[in-house]
Structure formats: structure tokens, C-alpha cells
Design a protein around this ligand. Structure first.
Ligand code: CP3
Length: 345
């Protein structure tokens, strides 16, 4: 058995039995950790993402502290769009801002091409540095945004509640919408394959906001593009396909592709697994807000999720979305220990 084969996360992603359920957490690196805040006090967010030494250090911080079964590369889904010339900035306390949002056919026609190597080549170096430091028992997960979620930032200009600009473009100028999605899908596949070539052992595609769409819109405006990304990836590397608010989209997400489908907390894990089918794995799905309460209060919720997984191979424990920044780090630690303890077979 090679070192990679002994990694719990990769075995679970292939639906092989594991002695305990592997666990990692979305946003396991970040502002809830004092060691992250200390580094962040000295570097801007984009600067941290683009500095391979610093980004490797941030990637490793939660692995050292928590004993999780996977590291997730420290970067951001929006790095890839900087070369489009849309004016990306992370404004303090506000999240991402795109100064020149893409809202019309003419805006789409004006987009500059994405040269992946020059825009995110530093991320590939981060992957190499992390893989060199990481224990062989811990998997390194690379990631990218799925085309819809990235497009939603490019069109809205930042976070959104209703995605009205995005939907208007989609409905009024479908050819421009598909062209934008094609540009993003091509660059995303190249980006993920670059991460894989540099040493990422699994990749996660974040379609965090796709739950704003109903199934018909997903099928027509999103599915072909997400599928084209997944089909273009190096074979044999597990793909985790994640979104939130996706209860009615799960069968279509599975059709788009992925070895493991992410479930948020709004769908019971067993119902979500039934919706995607037994021949893929699932990842999730504790409500991140549960970690604000003390461990004695979330222990029953962890047990309930493990009971719904019922020891079937193919479950990766995670939250239903990322760790909130005001989560006490001791609670996150308690969760990781609890999953290993309660799932031991
Ligand atoms: O630990 C990890 O999960 C790896 C690092 C990671 C970050 N962003 C770091 C980050 C990952 C996987 C992402 C993905 C990402 N980025 C997504 C998809 C995942 C999700 O949460 O749904 C999205 C939508 C983004 C875009 C983005 N980046 C937003 C909306 C924000 C601001 C909101 C927030 O949570 O802070 C960011 C900033 C960001 N990305 C931070 C971190 C640690 C905080 C930046 C800071 O230090 O000020």
C-alpha cells in the first residue's frame, strides 16, 4: 500500500472502509485562529494568498493544532479572476469587492483572457511547499470556485442576497452568460490540474451560492459548465463537489460530477446521500453555528450525523459550510477529537 492509499480521507473518498471517519473543516484556516490573525496583522489578504511561504504556513496552522485528516490549501476562489481586469479587492471587514462588475454582453466581450500560470502560479508553489511539510497521513486538498459561484461575484461585484444581476444576465443574454461560464470553466480546469500536478491529492469545487437557483436553471445554465470542469481533471484524483442550499439540486450536482458531494446542514445526511445515490460519497454536514455552543451541546448532533451515515464507507465529516470567525478554537478541537472517538469501528 502506498502512502497515499493509507490516507483516511482518500480512502473514504473512494468509498473504501476506514477505521475512523476522516474529518476536516471548511475554513479551518482563518480568522478564528489567533495564529492566523497574528500573520494577517502583518499582510493583506491577497498578499497572504500570493506569498507561498506565508500561505503554506497558514495552510499548516490548523493541521498542527487540530489533528485533522486533511489540509486545505490556503488561497481564495477569486484569485483566478484578477486577470480578467475586473478590479478585485478585499476591503477590510467587507469581503471581496469587484470594482468593474460584468453585467452586459459588451462587458463579457471585453474580458481579458485568463493566463493561469501568471495569475496563480504562486499557488502551485504553495502546494509544493505544503506537500513537502505535511505528514503522509494527511491529505492535501486543492480547490477552486465552481463557475457559477465565481461568475456570481464577477457579475454582482461582491456578495449578494438575491443574485439579481446574475440572473438578469443569465435570462436576458444567455449567449453572453454561457461565454462567461466557458471562460471561467476553462481557466478553472487548468488551475485545478496545475494544483494536482504540484501535489494536491484531492480537489474541492466550491459552488457555495448555487442554491439560489432552481433545478431547471441549474440544468440549463450551470450543469454543463461544472461538468466540463470535472471531466477535464486528471483521472484518479477524487473531486469533492460542494454547495449550500442545494437540497433540490443534489441529483443534478451528482450528474455534473464528483466522487463526493458536499451536503449543508439543511438536509439530513441520510436523505442527502439517498438523493445523490450510493455510488458516490458524501461530505458534511454539521451546522457551523453548532460550534458556538459548548462541546457538551454539540456532541449529540455529531452522534446524530454519524448515525445517519451508519458506518457506510464514503462519509467525510465536515461542517455544512465554513467555520465562523467567532468560533472558539477549543470547540473546533473538541469536534475533531469527538468525530474520531465516536466513529471508531
Ligand atoms: O481554510 C480554508 O477553507 C481554505 C481557505 C479558503 C479561503 N477562502 C480563505 C479566506 C477557501 C477554501 C476559500 C474559498 C472561498 N472564498 C469561497 C468558497 C467557500 C465558502 O466559504 O463558501 C468563497 C465564497 C470565497 C470568497 C470570499 N473570500 C469571501 C466571501 C470572503 C469574505 C468573507 C469571509 O468569510 O471572510 C473571503 C475572504 C477570506 N477567504 C478569508 C479567508 C481566511 C478572510 C480574509 C481575512 O483574513 O480578512
Amino acid at each position: 500500500m502506498s502512502a497515499a492509499d493509507s490516507t483516511l480521507l482518500l480512502r473514504a473518498a473512494r468509498r473504501e472502509p476506514t477505521p475512523v471517519t476522516p474529518v476536516w473543516l471548511m475554513r479551518q484556516a482563518g480568522r478564528y485562529l489567533p495564529e492566523y490573525r497574528a500573520l494577517r496583522a502583518r499582510h493583506g489578504f491577497l498578499e497572504l494568498c500570493r506569498n507561498p511561504q506565508a500561505a503554506a504556513e497558514v495552510t499548516l496552522q490548523p493541521v498542527r493544532r487540530l489533528g485533522v485528516d486533511a489540509a486545505i490549501l490556503f488561497a481564495d476562489i477569486l484569485l483566478l479572476v484578477e486577470p480578467l481586469g475586473v478590479g478585485l479587492e478585499f476591503a477590510a471587514g467587507e469581503g471581496p469587492v469587484i470594482h468593474r462588475p460584468v453585467r452586459s454582453e459588451a462587458d463579457v466581450a471585453r474580458l481579458k483572457p485568463i493566463d493561469v500560470e501568471s495569475s496563480v502560479g504562486s499557488v502551485f508553489e504553495t502546494v509544493r511547499l505544503v506537500r513537502r511539510e505535511l505528514s503522509p497521513a494527511v491529505a492535501l486538498i486543492g480547490f477552486a470556485g465552481a463557475p457559477f459561484t465565481v461568475a456570481s461575484y464577477v457579475v454582482e461585484g461582491g456578495a449578494s442576497r438575491d443574485y439579481l444581476h446574475t440572473k438578469r444576465l443569465m435570462y436576458e443574454a444567455p449567449a453572453a452568460w454561457h461565454r462567461l461560464m466557458d471562460v471561467l470553466a476553462d481557466a478553472t480546469a487548468t488551475y485545478l490540474n496545475g494544483q494536482i500536478d504540484a501535489g494536491a491529492q484531492a480537489v474541492q469545487l466550491f459552488d457555495s451560492w448555487v442554491g439560489t437557483l432552481g433545478p431547471d436553471d441549474y440544468r440549463e445554465h450551470v450543469l454543463p459548465h461544472t461538468r466540463s470542469v470535472i471531466r477535464a481533471l486528471r483521472p484518479g484524483v477524487p473531486v469533492i463537489h460542494f454547495g449550500t442550499g442545494t437540497a433540490t439540486l443534489l441529483p443534478l450536482m451528482r450528474e455534473a460530477g464528483g466522487d463526493v458531494i458536499g451536503l449543508d446542514w439543511r438536509v439530513p445526511l441520510d436523505a442527502g446521500w439517498a438523493a445523490v445515490g450510493p455510488d458516490v460519497g458524501v461530505q458534511g454536514n454539521l451546522d457551523p453555528a453548532a460550534l458556538l455552543a459548548r462541546p457538551a451541546h454539540f456532541r449529540e448532533r455529531v452522534k446524530a450525523i454519524l448515525a445517519r451515515a451508519a458506518g457506510r464507507p464514503g462519509h467525510i465529516f465536515n461542517l455544512g459550510h465554513g467555520v465562523h470567525q467567532d468560533t472558539p478554537p477549543e470547540h473546533v478541537q473538541a469536534l475533531v477529537d469527538m468525530v474520531h472517538e465516536l466513529s471508531a469501528r
